[in-house]
Ligand binder design. Structure first.
Ligand code: 2AM
Length: 198
């Protein structure tokens, strides 16, 4: 085991890693009230659509999926993230959609906040400059709520939520993804604060 140290909002944190390759992605993760609302939504959808809802603790929005890398690269990845600047924003979950090709239902926003586009753009530029590779397709924010959907008849009240979910975002995280027998297990390994709007 090795300890990697990196700066996180002025503090030093430690990541314990083995010599195995590690699968990682950057994401935003809901807390408390927003988390509960997204869980409720996934439970309702599972009843309507069949399939398997995302486990409560795994609900998130991916910013950049990096995939597998050597654990020795993690230190540099965190140093790169230390140089990224982003601003706080509200992500408004306005409704849900069915993605036929992947047989999943996800939550989406009507208009992606500029701060979110800027954050992802800044992460992409910085990670590229540090030599990391990832998928360069246009960022389409989505929160996967149900997989392996069996019925794609979605209730109108959920396609456009009567009460949109307002998700205040003030940090983003680096997540380790591990494959358990039948599911992915996500563990946060780094956390970076976003700056308050002036
Ligand atoms: P998904 O929810 O649409 O599957 C962890 O796997 C996270 O990274 C998920 O949010 C997943 O999106 C996203 N992701 C993006 N590209 C991926 C890829 N090529 N393989 C696995 N996950 C990917």
């Amino acid at each position: 085991m090795h300890d990697h140290q990196y700066r996180e909002s002025g503090q030093l944190k430690q990541i314990r890693t083995s010599g195995e390759p590690i699968r990682v992605f950057f994401a935003i993760w809901p807390k408390e009230a927003v988390w509960r609302q997204l869980c409720d939504l996934s439970e309702k959808l599972e009843l309507v659509c069949g399939g398997r809802r995302t486990r409560a603790e795994s609900i998130h929005l991916t910013l950049i999926f990096l995939g597998e890398m050597e654990t020795s690269q993690l230190h540099t990845l965190c140093l790169a993230a230390n140089t990224v600047r982003g601003q706080v924003f509200n992500f408004i979950v306005e409704g849900i959609r069915y993605w036929k090709l992947n047989r999943l239902v996800y939550a989406e926003t009507g208009e992606t906040p500029l701060e979110l586009f800027d954050l992802v753009g800044s992460l992409k530029n910085t990670l590229s400059a540090y030599g990391f590779s990832f998928d360069h397709r246009t960022f389409t924010p989505h929160i996967t709520l149900v997989r392996k959907v069996q019925r794609h008849v979605l209730p109108k009240s959920l396609i456009h939520l009567v009460e949109p979910i307002v998700w205040p975002v003030n940090e983003y995280i680096l997540v380790k993804s591990e494959q358990a027998s039948d599911r992915s297990v996500y563990t946060p390994i780094g956390r970076w604060s976003l700056e308050s709007q002036r």
